[in-house]
Design a protein around this ligand. Structure first.
Ligand code: NAP
Length: 289
């Protein structure tokens, strides 16, 4: 049992923090910018709230965090009331935000200077993965603090791995998003084509999902895509944030991402159709306008 704080009780953070309490049996303190959410969390799980990230971080063995983007992360860590002002020496800050590799390296250095460790640890598995405690966690940082963090992360992860030094977790998450982007467009085009061809889409997917075209997206999203229902998880706005991080990194490392760049443009069209909060399978809506 460890003393742990969790910063950011959004769609992901709220159930993740819950698993730290219920499954991990840790002593949990939560912070959320909108305080009412933190109060609700405590009424559901117990534990305690803190008014600022700094106060939440004080005296903890580990501080976990899951906020929106680089700027949010900078505010909750390095801001005047940020967690880095309160971290105990030898403790570990674990960041689950999907952010850039640059900010991960910057926060790693800042943490080192102040005598504690930083592990970048973005996640995959969506809202359902967080609620069921079966996330995939991709980590970057040093081996010894990672080993301490891994034991605590286990409360909400099915797979957790250290993939290299600072930033390696974020780089791995970029690979994850690059792999998903083109795949979802392929699935959207396949379903769209099957409909136009007058096929029974259900029967088509049932058949081809047993062959080489099978994917998580196919198994979990084809029914809702066929029905034009897009409220099943990861939002288009978040995906565009992630793809912009991927494309920015590719400009620096020289990788060619032509399909990823194109899909990013397709998602911008979905946003213009009113789909900012639709889930990422809404690429099919663009084909069927
Ligand atoms: P969300 O529901 O919008 O929650 C964001 C959380 O961050 C909220 O608790 C919010 O506080 C807090 N926050 C944002 N900016 C802040 C700031 N400047 N200062 C303090 N707190 C701030 O987002 P989410 O879906 O949980 O996603 C969180 C992260 O996980 C993102 O990086 C996302 O890309 C990644 N992710 C999400 C999914 C998914 O399926 N949702 C899957 C994989 C990865 P308030 O309550 O006050 O707004």
């Amino acid at each position: 049992m460890a003393k742990v704080a969790f910063l950011g009780l959004g769609v992901m953070g709220y159930p993740m923090a819950g698993h730290l309490k219920n499954k991990g049996n840790h002593e949990v303190t939560v912070y959320n910018r909108t305080a009412s959410k933190a109060a609700k969390w405590v009424s559901e799980y117990g534990g305690r709230t803190s008014p600022t990230p700094k106060a939440a971080a004080e005296g903890q063995d580990l501080v976990m965090c899951c906020v929106g983007n680089d700027n949010d992360l900078r505010q909750v860590t390095l801001g005047p009331e940020g967690a880095f002002q309160g971290m105990k020496r030898q403790s570990v800050f674990v960041d689950h935000t999907t952010a850039s590799a640059e900010i991960a390296r910057e926060l790693y250095e800042q943490a080192k200077k102040r005598g504690f460790a930083f592990v970048d640890a973005p996640v995959s598995g969506g809202q359902a993965g967080a609620e069921n405690g079966v996330l995939t966690v991709m980590c970057g940082g040093d081996a010894e603090p990672y080993a301490r963090a891994e034991k605590v992360i286990a409360a909400y992860a099915r797979m957790c791995k250290l993939l290299g030094g600072p930033g390696a977790g974020q780089l791995t998450k970029m690979v994850n998003q690059i792999c998903i982007a083109g795949l979802v467009e392929g699935l959207a085009e396949g379903i769209h084509f099957a409909k136009k061809a007058g096929l029974n889409v259900e029967a088509v997917i049932e058949t081809i999902s047993k062959g080489a075209a099978q994917s998580w997206q196919m198994e979990n999203r084809y029914k809702t895509m066929m029905a034009g229902k897009f409220d099943f998880g990861f939002a288009v706005d978040w995906m565009r944030k992630d793809l912009s991080i991927c494309l920015g990194e590719a400009r620096k490392n020289g990788a060619n991402l032509p399909v990823t760049a194109l899909i990013d443009q397709f998602y911008s069209e979905v946003q213009k159709m009113g789909g900012r909060r639709w889930d990422t399978s809404s690429l099919i809506a663009r084909l069927e306008r």
